[in-house]
Design a protein around this ligand. Structure first.
Ligand code: LLP
Length: 873
């Protein structure tokens, strides 16, 4: 046996992997951006990678070339745009410090030649493609010279030499020239031939060549596609799309600031998200990469340190989960109605034949016995009124046609959608309140789409996104899939933080916490400031404080000094007011109980407290109590409002208020017992941020009051909300004042009363707790604190969101995503889920904000743990 020589090391040209990096128009339009490109490419080179840089045209140039392509008959305009293009490129060349750029000059000459070309008169698509291609040919030429001159030897590559488009059956000439396809698959020969030429290349996005050696384009967003093609041809280690955002998000972050960065997606999900709305990546770029098994990463040029979004093959252990919610606007629905469709052979074939004839590709389909409805996606179709009326005329021969537009297609994307249905009940309920035109579930189990009127989309998306997170359908705590929110990423960029009283008093609060935790701390100054803001609204005749929110005696006294009367719901609350304020005139107390026992009414009336009834029962059974008394009547106006279903106090499913159909009976009973109804009242819920709400309630009650003989006051309840989540907008007090003034002037004969609780005290209170233990389970980090749901039950009861900060480490970068939990033996004992906090240590002081309303007063001794104590500053 002869000993074989050791195998020779593989030639280095094979061993060194390729990386394809792509930059869009804004990333190539300034010198500093080119320096950035140089740094990124050089970093890859330093890791011994070979690099292909794919670039778009300078920003705005493709549009100018389009203006030239469409300028037939208008020579002056054409020459004007041409001059602008020349000037822009010369200026860029100068900015890059290049004395000349032969390749660019040659393209400017080509432009001149193409303008003089007779094909311009017909705007021939082949000619258009040549015109459009100049933008990328010039930007890449500038880039090659700049990189070469600045220490990164780079060769210019004509993408058309390597990307060969093949025509697809049924494609129009328009699509063949301006939206062509390249069947790119790994080509080892090409890779090694290129490697033999050098290590760093720059080439054009957007352009390719057909079998006749003509220039063709890859459609809008074609530069991403080119990067995908080169990545596949070279079987690159990775393709990087460098852009101006940190990656793909779980929703359009401009509409949903809480949208989470998607750290990791598989090809199909990413493709689905890109197809259904996200603009950051062109969906076509993924197919070739998926087939070649090349990962794609989206990175932010401004913040290269961020990991971005990584797209690769599906992870074996991937659990079903909603990854994103997207909205496509401008969708047109065609509804086709026929009586005879059921089992009629060929009906669908006839229908789709008509769509084919008009060059329309159908997106979603819904069908029933007598109806087929399909959607047309504006990004795939030239949908205009001419095309639609021609189509409708054709279809009218076989069915009744209705066009519904403009619509929005709202899509939930995620692998295994069908196994997630049980978590979507909140989302479905939200759609249940709307007119949904079509629902479609993709057969690849990756998406669920609802088509609604376009105008609804922008409001709906943030709500749905929040619901998906709350229902754990979008498993935001999974750090492997979901990164920080858009807002958090923005916060990194030093967004100003709203200064609160507790930030100013941080050291005093830390001292208090050093003595003992958990403890509530209230700022009377903050209470007074809210009180004054309300008292400044002229239209209100009397303000009551709903002391159920926080009956601390110091707060009652402060609000009395600020001119507030009091609204109580139990005799114990009446006693609390009277003991805090012994001098208070009893008529400044309003008693608004619900299902209270007889004795409480008797006591209140005996003390001379204004009393509100909200049922027939008291008059039916205890009529004598009310003889010759003035009473107020609380009505149910039929709907509830508020931050959570559990705080809505209107409608049949709420136990509050007298139903409107019982008002007559109530009046008869009152008359019978000699009780005088002097006030009407409605409180429809808590945590309302819409300033128009109380106007509507007043208007309804005032018009009802006109049917009574002696109504003096109209109480429109409380419910004034404060924003808790970062994406909520505060109640517009000026608008509230104006709305109340307006409706008051329509019914000036009644006194207008309000009875807010939360608004006065919520932000004035914080809960201080201390870290007891920290723990990690899998990817989930827990921070345990000594305040639990027995001190603050709102998160557990209403999924309420309270801002949570590490007061000890205030201002330190908040990197870790944690679950802030209490010591109570309940899985629901979570004060804040998925919060980003600085690294927490045992003993750190944690501050839970906005705890002044419905905090201490709702506490319990569950587990025999004493709840947090209270202090006032
Ligand atoms: N008036 C009546 C008749 C009420 O029932 C309430 C609150 C108010 C006024 C004051 O509502 P406010 O302005 O505070 O929203 N525990 C829940 C809130 C329950 C509200 C009960 N009724 C929470 O923590 O969100």
């Amino acid at each position: 046996m002869s000993s074989a020589p050791a195998p020779a090391a593989a030639p280095s040209v094979i061993a060194r992997p390729w990386v394809v990096i792509k930059f869009g128009g804004t990333s190539v339009s300034r010198r500093e951006r080119w320096e950035n490109i140089r740094r990124i490419a050089a970093a890859h080179r330093a890791r011994d990678r070979r690099v292909v840089i794919v670039v778009s045209a300078l920003s705005g140039i493709t549009d100018q070339l389009k203006a030239i392509a469409e300028s037939r008959g208008d020579d002056a305009r054409c020459r004007e745009v041409q001059a602008a293009i020349v000037e822009r490129h010369q200026a860029m060349r100068a900015e890059l410090g290049l004395d000349g750029c032969a390749r660019m000059e040659q393209r400017l000459a080509d432009l001149d030649r193409l303008i003089a070309d007779p094909r311009r008169a017909q705007a021939a698509v082949a000619w258009q493609a040549e015109v459009f291609a100049l933008g990328e040919l010039m930007s890449s030429a500038l880039g090659a010279d700049f990189l070469d001159a600045n220490g990164l030897p780079t060769q210019w590559l004509d993408a058309r030499e390597h990307l060969r488009a093949t025509p697809i059956a049924n494609h129009s000439a328009w699509a063949r020239y301006l939206s062509a396809n390249v069947p790119a698959a790994p080509d080892a020969q090409f890779a090694s031939a290129l490697a033999a030429r050098g290590d760093c290349f720059i080439t054009q996005g957007f352009i390719a060549r057909n079998d006749q050696a003509e220039t063709v384009l890859l459609g809008r967003g074609g530069s991403d596609t080119s990067a995908g093609y080169f990545g596949a041809l070279l079987k690159a280690e990775q393709v990087e799309i460098w852009t101006d955002v940190p990656g793909m998000f779980s929703a359009n972050p401009r509409v949903v600031p809480e949208a989470r960065l998607l750290a990791r997606l598989d090809y199909e999900e990413a493709q689905e998200i890109a197809t259904t709305g996200a603009k950051v990546l062109h969906p076509r770029s993924l197919g070739p990469l998926r087939r070649a098994g090349v990962p794609l990463v989206i990175k932010d040029t401004h913040r290269p340190q961020l990991a971005g979004t990584e797209i690769r093959a599906v992870a074996a252990d991937a659990a079903p989960c909603v990854k994103a919610i997207s909205a496509r606007k401008g969708v047109t629905l065609i509804s086709m109605e026929t009586v005879g469709m059921w089992q009629q052979v060929g009906f669908l074939a006839d229908v789709f034949e008509a769509f084919k004839r008009h060059g329309l590709s159908v997106d979603l389909i819904g069908s029933a016995e007598t109806n087929v409805t399909v959607s047309l996606d504006p990004t795939e179709n030239l949908v205009n009124s001419d095309v639609l009326s021609a189509l409708a005329a054709d279809l009218a021969r076989i069915c009744r046609v209705k066009v519904i537009a403009p619509c929005a297609a709202i899509t939930l994307v995620g692998r295994g959608m069908r196994s997630l249905l049980h978590k979507l009940s909140g989302v479905l309920a939200e759609f249940g309140a709307l007119d949904v035109h079509l629902i479609s579930q993709s057969s690849n189990n990756l998406n669920l789409t609802f088509v609604v009127d376009e105008a609804l989309a922008d409001d709906l998306i943030p709500r749905l996104h929040a619901l998906l997170i709350r229902a754990d359908a979008l498993r935001a705590e999974d750090g492997a899939v979901f990164g920080p929110s858009w807002r958090e990423l923005g916060a990194d960029a030093a967004a100003p933080v709203r200064e609160t009283w507790w930030m100013r008093e941080r050291s005093a609060l830390l001292e208090l916490a050093a003595e003992r935790t958990p403890r509530y701390v209230y700022s009377l100054e903050a209470v007074r400031a809210q009180a004054r803001a309300l008292r400044a609204l002229g239209a209100v005749d009397r303000w009551h404080y709903a002391l159920k929110a926080n009956p601390h005696p110091a707060i009652l006294r402060a609000l009395h000094e600020e001119g507030f009367a009091f609204e109580c719901v139990s005799t114990a609350e009446i006693d609390a007011v009277r003991s805090a304020l012994p001098q208070l005139a009893v008529e400044r107390i309003l008693f608004t109980p619900n299902f209270a026992p007889r004795e409480e009414y008797a006591q209140a009336l005996a003390a001379g407290v204004r009393t509100t009834l909200d049922a027939l029962h008291p008059l039916q059974h205890w009529g004598e109590l009310f003889r010759d008394r003035e009473i107020h009547l609380r009505l149910d106006l039929g709907v509830g409002r508020g931050h959570h279903d559990k705080v809505k106090t209107g409608g049949a499913s709420s136990k509050f208020g007298l139903a409107l159909d019982q008002v007559e009976e109530f009046r008869t009973l009152a008359r019978r017992h000699g009780a005088r109804i002097v006030g009407l009242h409605a409180h429809l819920g808590s945590g309302i941020l819409d300033a128009g709400h109380w106007r509507a309630v007043y208007a309804q009650l005032a018009s009802l009051a006109e049917g009574f003989s002696r109504i003096e006051s109209i109480d429109v309840g409380g419910g004034l909300g404060v924003p808790s989540r970062p994406d909520e907008t505060p109640l517009d007090l000026a608008a509230l004042g104006a709305a109340l003034a307006e409706v008051k002037s329509a019914y000036p004969q009644f006194h207008l009363w309000l009875e807010p609780g939360r608004f006065l005290v919520a932000d004035a209170g914080v809960l201080l707790a201390r870290v007891t233990q920290v723990k990690r389970k899998g990817a989930v980090h827990y921070v345990g604190v000594d305040a639990g749901m027995n001190s603050l039950i709102r998160p557990a009861l209403y999924e309420a969101w309270h801002e949570i900060v590490n007061l000890t480490r205030l201002g330190e970068p908040a990197q870790t995503m944690v679950q802030v939990v209490g010591p109570i033996c309940e899985t629901g004992d979570v004060l804040g889920a998925n919060r980003r906090l600085p690294e927490c240590r045992e003993g750190d002081v944690i501050l839970i904000a906005q705890a002044g309303a419905y905090g201490a007063v709702m506490a319990s001794r569950y587990n025999l743990r004493e709840p947090a104590t209270e202090d006032v500053r």
